[in-house]
Design a protein around this ligand. Structure first.
Ligand code: ATP
Ligand code: MG
Length: 270
């Protein structure tokens, strides 16, 4: 079609991993405007994005480019100003209550940079929280929490309080909590942002392992090109838009290619 928005054309041409074509979540024309008395910011501009089952997507972009805002829309923590969302191909009105709460409960696991564990609860109770909210039986909760503890290698620490754990251990617990209810999508906003290099590696390896073992669809916002090099696709954000995409070839050149692209993206170039 002549006159097609070049950005849309780019998005339509994004290569997606073969054999992973089952659509989990799709957004079309997502806009988010923060209208404050002193200023007006358009944090998202006409974002189109499809997430496929089992893929790991990394999002990189300069500070303030809209990455967290997008995750907040995808998780229905906040509502877009306009745009459509489709869950497993069905148009879904997830940004109003009670649908938003139900959608979050059934489809979303969220991991934050600062872990956000409940300080007064031990590891088991923190992980159990989404299942309690789901109304599962005591027996089911115990089974699922044990399984999640095992998946993140934290069985030995089940009775510890968050304050008795290292940052990496706390993030393992937060990942277990995000996955325990078997969400359709795990969203992680800079999950390694508070961790040192070795711990970043541990958490990254854990996420990659969970992505493989559970076929867990994941979206990871990161400032770290090394983290992004483990994803299937890397989306580059600038000024509220996805302005570039890189499909990792899973070889030793990925890191350099991501860094190279990011250099242009940081300047707003494609
Ligand atoms: N609740 C809010 N009220 C007003 N403006 C907001 C709000 N949340 C985000 N913004 C603005 O929207 C834009 C995008 O913010 P966002 O937090 O999504 O960026 P980001 O890409 O996650 O940045 P960072 O890498 O620093 O975390 C910024 O200009 C920010 O100031
Ligand atoms: Mg952010």
């Amino acid at each position: 079609m002549s006159g097609q928005n070049p950005l849309k054309k780019l998005m339509n041409n994004i290569p997606v991993p073969q054999q992973k074509l089952k659509e989990v979540l799709r957004v079309e024309g997502l806009n988010k405007v923060f209208d404050r008395s002193s200023h007006r910011i358009q944090a998202l501009r006409e974002v189109d994005l499809t997430l496929y089952e089992g893929e790991m997507v990394a999002i990189m972009g300069t500070s303030g480019s809209g990455k967290s805002t997008l995750l907040n829309m995808l998780s229905a923590i906040d509502a877009p100003t306009s745009g459509k969302m489709f869950v497993f191909g069905e148009h879904a009105n997830i940004h109003q209550e009670p649908q938003a709460t139900i959608y979050r409960r059934d489809h979303i696991g969220f991991v934050f940079q600062s872990f956000e564990l409940l300080e007064d609860l031990d590891v088991m109770d923190n992980i159990a929280m989404p299942l309690i909210l789901k109304g599962l039986t005591h027996y089911e909760i115990e089974l699922r929490v044990e399984e999640a503890l095992d998946q993140v290698g934290m069985k030995k620490w089940r009775k510890h309080l968050p304050t008795e754990l290292s940052g990496g251990q706390q993030q393992r617990v937060a990942i277990a909590r995000a996955l325990v209810a078997k969400p359709s999508i795990l969203l992680a906003d800079e999950p390694t942002g508070s961790l040192d290099f070795n711990t970043t590696n541990d958490i990254l390896n854990l996420l990659v392992q969970l992505n493989k073992d559970l076929q867990q669809t994941m979206v990871i916002v990161t400032h770290d090109a090394y983290v992004a090099s483990y994803a299937d696709r890397v989306l580059f954000f600038h000024d509220g838009q996805i302005i570039d995409v890189y499909t990792n070839e899973k070889d030793e050149n990925d890191l350099d290619k991501i860094l190279e692209k990011f250099k242009y993206v940081a300047r707003g170039e494609r």
